[in-house]
Design a protein around this ligand. Sequence first.
Ligand SMILES: [Zn+2]
Ligand SMILES: [Zn+2]
Length: 145
Amino acid sequence: VTYLGRCLCGNVQFEAEGPPIDVHYCHCSMCRRATGSAFAVLAWFKKGDVLWTRGSPKTLPSSSVARRGFCADCGTPLLLHYDRDDRLALMAGCFERADLLIPTHHYGIEGRLPWVDIGRELTGCETDVDFAASPGSAPSASAFD
Ligand SMILES: [Zn+2]
Ligand SMILES: [Zn+2]
């Protein structure tokens, strides 16, 4: 199944060949900030299975180990990519058929806000990556390749 998605303004559009490897909630502080929301819903695909069909995201390093991508025109958060990973997480809300991307677990539960009561029946685990974020540095945006 090919999943289609786009940012709010439509200047960045993509296709992802499914099924996704994993779909989950992420409550980590970085996903909260990157989305401006209480948590992110991440849909993971093989990097090679994601095709940018119009435009491409701008990315910036969000930590020492990962980059985040977004539409440079409308700001919609689009992706998370760990440098040494052959997978790519796309923001589930950007998909035309987000209804088919069903989260199966929680990640980063140490950051879960007490009033977030979604997916209570699902298991969860804490963040296992050392983000080593450097909040003082000024990351520079670049095009995603
Ligand atoms: Zn856009
Ligand atoms: Zn996260």
